[in-house]
Ligand binder design. Structure first.
Ligand SMILES: CC(C)(COP(=O)(O)OP(=O)(O)OC[C@H]1O[C@@H](n2cnc3c(N)ncnc32)[C@H](O)[C@@H]1OP(=O)(O)O)[C@@H](O)C(=O)NCCC(=O)NCCS
Length: 113
């Protein structure tokens, strides 16, 4: 779900049910989001207070089923995201992460890269 920018590299596997967003949809402050639904319906939603940060999915990465990648995240080259994970922080290249919040599982060995 892209407001501004989501880059997906080459040879990436994205399994079923994944959600990748480059924005939070609504501002954190209630006073700034209280009219969002009506405004959106009228085509007048104010996006200026919504956090929007680009997402980058690196080459050769693999995103497991039902994973969620949140705004601002960079998934490094060849990284693996376990099924059902929620990724809110950058994932270094050639590492495996899983869970909610996602934790570091391990680094890929040379013969797995
Ligand atoms: C990410 C994945 C590939 C890791 O496989 P692996 O390297 O063989 O990992 P292991 O099964 O040895 O598990 C290692 C640790 O990670 C944990 N783990 C594995 N997958 C996890 C996940 N999705 N979420 C949270 N933790 C996970 C295990 O519980 C284990 O924890 P421990 O060290 O505390 O015992 C795999 O677990 C996975 O998520 N597979 C789903 C793939 C998929 O989505 N396929 C759809 C078609 S593309």
């Amino acid at each position: 779900v892209c407001a501004e920018r989501i880059d997906i590299g080459d040879d990436v596997l994205i399994a079923w049910g994944c959600t990748i967003v480059d924005h939070d949809s609504h501002p954190v402050a209630w006073s700034h989001r209280q009219h969002d639904v009506v405004a959106y319906g009228n085509g007048k939603k104010d996006w200026s207070k919504v956090k929007i940060r680009p997402v980058r999915i690196g080459n050769k990465s693999w995103i497991g089923f039902n994973a969620t990648i949140l705004e601002g995240v960079t998934v490094g080259e060849g990284a693996i995201i376990g099924a059902e994970s929620v990724i809110a922080k950058d994932v270094p290249p050639f590492t495996i992460w899983g869970g909610n919040p996602a934790r570091f599982i391990r680094e890929l060995r040379d013969d797995e890269r």
